[in-house]
Design a protein around this ligand. Sequence first.
Ligand code: OAD
Length: 244
Amino acid sequence: MHTTEVAAALKGAKHVAILTGSGISAESGVPTFRDAQTGLWSQFKPEDLATPEAFRGNPKLVWEWYAWRRGLIARAQPNAGHLALVELEQRIPEFTLITQNVDGLHQRAGSRNVIELHGNINRTKCSEEDLPVTEWKERGDPPPRCPRCGGPLRPDVVWFGESLRAEAIEGALMASRRCDVFLSIGTSTLVQPAASLPFEAAEGGATVIEINTDVTPLTNHATFRLPGPAARVLPELLRVAWPA
Ligand code: OAD
């Protein structure tokens, strides 16, 4: 296990960049993106619901799927992996946490400098104006309507085929290119542009570490791989780097 080498790299780092995927929320009970959906939603694939076409075709179904996921997330707690990243942020001079997750668990754990590449399921916006909506009246069939223009409301997340907010991806690229150490945690490294970030970091000369229970397209290119669940590997890594 390369925990000792990784701990040494972290201790000497000036700028650490982190990329997380749904794997870091798995131990909080939030199904990973490619986990089989449960219960009522098992007949659907996320890729068939998280799209502008699906919302246009059946806004009620898509709104209710996100409402179900919001309920799941509201009952979830940040886990030891999220909390270890909060401690790491306090120990490193410059720290950028880039997440593909929309569950907001990093912020609930106490992380401060978070770039949400794919948005946040707990934020809602008007699908016509593309502007945030914080209050609305639940009247008739979902989705609720924008109090300003009457357009259907939608979750403020990036759907398949939609582009990421420019400042999010620019900030993520800059941090990935400038950091000394890059940790890729709990992501299948399949979805662009997030999947290119660890490779950008390697290009920039960073030590790239992958923490995952499985192998991914990054595994053979990473400097070190720490196999296992993030909720165990991350706290262990911090204990080795900064023994109590
Ligand atoms: P995936 O479900 O594709 O991948 C989850 C990754 O986490 C896999 O590589 C698992 O091996 C790993 N994993 C599972 N449990 C873990 C654990 N306890 N500790 C560490 N690793 C674990 O989810 P993402 O990679 O996040 O985008 O998916 C990326 C994007 O694909 C999502 O943000 C979503 C989807 O398209 C949008 O919705 C735009």
